[in-house]
Design a protein around this ligand. Structure first.
Ligand SMILES: Cc1ncc(COP(=O)(O)O)c(C=O)c1O
Length: 400
């Protein structure tokens, strides 16, 4: 049949051969997925992980990354979401119903707490806060459905009593969801704590951090090992229209190859900075799970057997320094850029006033003004020099 050139442009004759092999998997961009015939259309199983029916339900590109993330984290099934926060929200909206109780660590990622407080106001879901270092503060009632864990807390970096908390949750038949962004599936295996059946039920991972590694892509994942949990999540994911761009997925897939090397490098750099930070008189506390003085250090040692940690270090300033001094310090840094997030190539800094961020009283924190350093891929000695210079500038401005 003779066709117009416009039609021929759209219906391109060349198809990639199935046998061609490349380093990176081929990229599928799809909203529409074409059915071979009406049989295929009527027999589709859109709630099945490997059945291709529409872009929001998955493509070979999204399933490939999902399988990799599940494998890294020690799980079986994975769903992708457009950001880490969106992955958190998927879990909350899938498992929480009106009147349920949900438990959150006092140091949980702030927007997760905000999201839950919003659900509390609108749907009567009760939000209860526990101290991640003290299992006794986790006292679930019969209405409790879900506990959020985070190891380590991403600002104050306490490593929780994960084993104690998971055991208590299991004894009460409560779902355990861990924000696994800090460990990235590399520092420890949340689906295997070394004792039979001792595992979290769900992990959420802000792929925005280490898996992306570039500071330029937002994505999140929800991993499980239980097929029933996964199918429930899959349905919620599909009916909410949660989906990710194939191009973004391909970028994250490409970065996965170097993730372990980057994580190890940033972990080592943070350990190089620790003793130097400890010596600086301006800081009354250096927070990092590998630091024996840091809260939860014994739990970190027990769980992170290879001694790994993300490249996050926080310092608490001596009370002689005001918020203005700390702002001057941050503004004087040159290599550390001021911005949210972590896990990228460039080191970042962020300042916090803990007074506005906690519900419970915490005796292990010796002050309120905190600066978090997110270590990038620069040489650690250059980073030390940058902090040293900024401290000098801060003191110079204070004395003027
Ligand atoms: C611990 C933790 N979880 C989740 C998120 C959310 O990830 P995203 O920025 O992709 O929404 C963040 C982001 O900073 C985080 O630090």
């Amino acid at each position: 049949m003779k066709q117009d050139s416009q039609t021929r442009l759209i219906h391109a004759p060349r198809k990639a051969p199935q046998s061609i092999s490349t380093i990176q998997p081929p990229l599928y961009r799809a909203s529409t997925i074409i059915f071979e015939n009406t049989d295929a259309l009527f027999n589709r199983h859109w709630t099945d992980d490997y059945d291709y029916s529409y872009g929001t339900h998955g493509t070979p590109t999204t399933f490939t990354l999902g399988d990799n993330i599940a494998q890294i984290e020690g799980g079986e099934y994975c769903l992708l979401a457009p950001s880490g926060l969106s992955a958190i929200n998927l879990v909350n909206s899938c498992f929480l119903n009106q009147g349920d109780e949900v438990w959150v660590a006092d140091n949980i990622y702030g927007p997760n707490m905000e999201h839950l407080r919003n659900l509390e106001k609108r749907y009567g879901i009760q939000v209860k806060v526990y101290n991640p270092l003290d299992v006794e503060t986790f006292q679930p009632s019969a209405k409790a459905k879900l506990i959020w864990l985070e190891a380590a807390g991403s600002v104050t970096l306490e490593f929780p009593d994960l084993v104690g908390l998971v055991k208590t949750a299991q004894a009460h038949h409560i779902l355990t969801a861990l924000d696994n962004t800090w460990g990235a599936g590399l520092a420890f295996n949340a689906f295997d704590f070394g004792e039979e059946h001792l595992s979290v039920d769900i992990t959420v991972h802000a792929l925005t951090k280490y898996p992306s590694g570039g500071g330029d892509i937002l994505m999140g994942s929800v991993v499980t090992r239980d097929k029933t949990l996964h199918q429930k999540l899959f349905r919620t994911h599909a009916i909410q229209g949660i989906s990710v761009s194939g191009d973004d997925v391909a970028q994250v897939q490409r970065s996965l190859a170097s993730m372990q090397l980057r994580y190890q490098h940033q972990s080592n750099s943070a350990l190089t900075l620790l003793p130097w930070l400890e010596q600086q008189a301006e800081f009354v506390q250096v927070l990092h799970p590998a630091n024996p003085d840091s809260a939860g250090h014994p739990y970190w040692k027990e769980i992170c057997k290879q001694g790994q940690s993300a490249g996050l270090v926080s310092v608490i300033f001596d009370s002689a320094y005001t918020m203005q001094d700390i702002r001057n310090f941050c503004d004087s840094l040159e290599l550390f850029k001021l911005g949210f997030s972590w896990g990228g190539p460039i080191s970042l800094v962020m300042l916090y006033n803990l007074r506005d961020m906690r519900v419970l009283k915490h005796s292990h924190l010796k002050g309120g003004l905190l600066v978090r350093f997110c270590i990038g891929l620069e040489h650690p000695q250059d980073l030390i020099q940058d902090i040293q210079h900024a401290l000098e500038q801060m003191k110079k401005l204070k004395n003027e």
